[in-house]
Design a protein around this ligand. Structure first.
Ligand code: 3PG
Length: 208
């Protein structure tokens, strides 16, 4: 089991952070760690994302910092070079899955269909991000896949809320849930660390 799988098994929740500001990123990641979630996925959805990952990795050595929204092997390499502990994608291509498997770096491909799951398995991945779970029906999909894919563990992402965490985490083939509800862009931009701390504590309480 690789490092991100171990973290997910233990913490069950992966905060997804979207920001273009280094100081806000460091402050947000520190707040989440102080309140019980020393784990984060920083998405490659902003122009400074890679630079921010480098800085957060340096400033928060006790936090497991990953990179999300990896769409191609170039971004995979950038994320690795930035010092990230793991990578995640919203989907899967054979080119990207081959590059990730060859690098032996902790990586979670995205899946949305049984064919995606088969492609991921073919490349040796057993932990997969089911995205967008709110659109394709994460609960029913996870239940349906438990039959043909007993070796697969799912990370459910997309539209997860404080209200849905508990139900999703009770599915036996769900290793964890991820999402931005813990650190919404509006609260990050407003520097509202107190409220983010509360959201983290509420989320962590739902894992018990
Ligand atoms: C992701 O990349 O996992 C999603 O953007 C998170 O979805 P959410 O913003 O709806 O939580």
């Amino acid at each position: 089991m690789n490092s991100i799988s171990i973290q997910l098994k233990q913490l069950r929740i992966l905060p997804v952070l979207v920001t273009n500001d280094t100081q806000q990123a460091i402050r947000c990641v520190t707040t989440m760690a102080d309140n019980g979630l020393p784990l984060v996925e920083i998405t490659l959805r902003t122009p400074n994302a890679i630079k921010i990952v480098q800085q957060v990795v340096r400033a928060c050595p006790k936090v497991c910092v990953g990179v999300g929204t990896i769409l191609n092997p170039q971004q995979l390499k950038q994320a690795q070079d930035a010092g990230a502990a793991f990578g995640i994608s919203p989907g899967i291509t054979s080119t990207l899955a081959s590059a990730a498997a060859a690098s032996a770096w902790p990586y979670i491909p995205g899946v949305g269909s049984a064919s995606d799951v088969m492609l991921a398995l073919q490349h040796g991945f057993h932990v997969m991000k089911l995205f967008p779970q709110d659109v394709i029906g994460g609960v029913n999909m996870a239940k349906a896949w438990a039959g043909p894919f007993p070796q697969v563990q799912l990370l459910l992402n997309g539209g997860v809320t404080q209200e849905s965490v508990h139900e999703l985490l009770h599915l036996p083939n769900v290793i964890g849930v991820g999402g931005s509800w813990i650190c919404p862009t509006a609260l990050v931009n407003a520097n509202n660390w107190e409220q983010i701390g509360k959201l983290v504590r509420d989320a962590v309480a739902s894992t018990k």
